[in-house]
Design a protein around this ligand. Structure first.
Ligand SMILES: [Zn+2]
Length: 81
């Protein structure tokens, strides 16, 4: 079952960022996951698979998204690619 990732989730990664922080906020969902470092604001895009591999734990969860809205967003994402 695929991991449910939500916008505004705060996640703890396995590897420390050069700035010294382990915690990131999910800022973009789609084929690629966008996360922003909570300490230095550095933004990274990575494949969902890679994200799941690096994820250690959820620190706090964002609001669940309306499934219809989510489908819409994912379709938009595919068009971009
Ligand atoms: Zn950082």
């Amino acid at each position: 079952m695929p991991l449910e990732i939500r916008l505004n989730d705060v996640v703890r990664m396995r590897k420390v960022h050069p700035c010294g922080s382990y915690e990131w906020r999910v800022v973009r969902l789609g084929a690629d996951i966008g996360i922003r470092c909570l300490k230095c604001n550095h933004r990274v895009l990575m494949e969902r698979r890679q994200f799941e591999k690096r994820l250690k734990a959820f620190v706090s969860r964002g609001e669940p998204m309306d499934p219809a809205m989510e489908r819409l967003l994912f379709r938009e994402e595919e068009k971009e690619a």
